[in-house]
Design a protein around this ligand. Structure first.
Ligand code: LLP
Length: 406
């Protein structure tokens, strides 16, 4: 995390959060560019000997300034919609570093991707291959595609973010894969460039990855296709709480090294959460504190529309005070949002101190799937995003005006 206390005050890098909170309407997201860069560099170092193409998964955080900072470090982008594709291009990611994934790309989206000559379109069905072939033929182009396989591997993560199991909607089934590859040869405007896979997100053990690599090895040998690239997707789990397990990337990189030697291909990764997850914080203000039954409800001005993960996946993100006020202990505390739904709740604590009505709190580790998953539910405006860059406070997305959504 990029958060530390100095005395009573919470800091992000060397910037006092209370000073930012006093000048901006809460809630707002604040990111540490230093942390984002460190994460990117550390990911890239782990895989130094593999020399992969790293395509930041834009769905995890689709702020153009953040994509652009990553592009400056050499990152490409993994996009899943026309909107994400256009954002990546606006952030100056080179088309030759953009991978377009997704199980249901529309004709319009495919046309844009083909026209912009993205590096790779990862296809997931025969119908999609046919459509890309048709569009490419009309445009007089040959389009590079990756074939996403469903390896039938359980990623042992939350069921709602697992994608590699046999009965999930993603990828092409192993059983049909070889036939499919044969059929693809009749599509003259497609070039098979990659085999791709993504088995889920927040994966904390390398075992599912090991199984996946074994499946890929077998399939590649049987298919007799020389895939120039293997796109191994994303999914690298981070620790949300100190005692959480996180993935041992060093060990995973050894597996990938061996794999690469065996099949002599280039590697693509699509990390999202690993790059931005622990670099973002959501600052919110306590509106009221009230007691119902045995529970003291801390009602904050951030709701499930601003940050969905707890409501959607029952994810636990610690909430800490921005200033440690006087130590009045409150027991059986539940932090909740203002939205009229009982699932608009964040986290419970047995005992909590240092807060009062009107004080600020920080929801931690929300850099991935925080802002990008937010919505206008309850006609609440999308909140602002702030980047701490070399000690300077930069607004990288303005808070939406209510008039814009009426
Ligand atoms: N590549 C593909 C094809 C993906 O579908 C995803 C994420 C990624 C890469 C990046 O995965 P990452 O490295 O960030 O784990 N909203 C959920 C996570 C959904 C992940 C969807 N796909 C959450 O908040 O946990």
């Amino acid at each position: 995390m990029s958060l530390t206390y100095k005395g009573q005050n919470l800091y992000i890098d060397n910037t006092k959060i209370n000073s930012i909170a006093k000048k901006n309407i809460t809630p707002f997201y604040v990111y540490s560019l230093k942390k984002i860069k460190e994460n990117y560099q550390s990911f890239s170092n782990y895989f130094k000997s593999v020399k992969p193409l790293i395509c930041f998964s834009v769905k995890s955080n689709s702020n153009v300034s953040i994509i652009s900072e990553l592009a400056k470090l050499g990152s490409g982008a993994d996009v899943v919609s026309e909107g994400e594709l256009l954002k990546a291009l606006k952030a100056k990611v080179k088309p030759s570093k953009i991978v377009f994934s997704g199980v249901g790309k529309t004709e319009n989206e495919l046309r844009t991707a083909i026209r912009k000559k993205v590096f790779l379109i990862n296809i997931e069905s025969e119908s999609e291959a046919r459509l890309i072939n048709k569009i490419s033929k009309k445009m007089g182009q040959i389009t590079s595609i990756g074939i996403r396989i469903n390896p039938g591997v359980d990623a042992n993560t939350l069921s709602k973010i697992s994608t590699g199991k046999i009965d999930s909607k993603f990828g092409l089934p192993k059983s049909n894969f070889l036939n499919f590859c044969k059929e693809l040869k009749s599509f003259k405007n497609l070039k098979i460039k990659a085999l791709s896979v993504h088995i889920g997100s927040q994966i904390t053990s390398i075992e599912p990855y090991r199984k996946t690599l074994n499946v890929l090895l077998k399939i590649i040998n049987l298919s007799k296709i020389n895939f120039e690239y293997v796109d191994l997707g994303g999914g690298f789990g981070i620790s949300y709480k100190d005692r959480d397990r996180k993935i041992n990337i060093r060990n995973y990189s050894k597996l990938v090294n061996e794999f690469k030697k065996k099949i002599n291909c280039k590697i693509i990764f699509e990390p999202g959460r690993f790059i931005v997850g622990n670099a973002g914080t959501l600052i919110s203000k306590i509106i009221f504190i009230k007691k119902n039954g045995n529970t003291s409800f801390i009602i904050i001005d951030a709701g499930m529309n601003d940050f969905m993960r707890p409501a959607l996946y029952n994810a636990k993100h610690d909430i800490v005070p921005v200033i440690k006020l006087r130590k009045k202990v409150i027991s059986n505390v539940e932090f909740v949002g203002p939205i009229c739904e009982s699932t608009d709740t964040f986290i419970k604590y047995k005992n909590y101190s240092y807060i009062d009505e009107n004080s600020f709190v920080a929801i931690t580790n929300v850099g991935a799937y925080g802002s990008s998953l937010s919505s206008n539910y309850n006609t609440r405006p999308l909140v602002s995003e702030i980047l701490i860059k070399k000690g300077k406070i930069k607004v990288i997305r303005k808070r939406q005006k209510i008039s814009e959504i009426i």
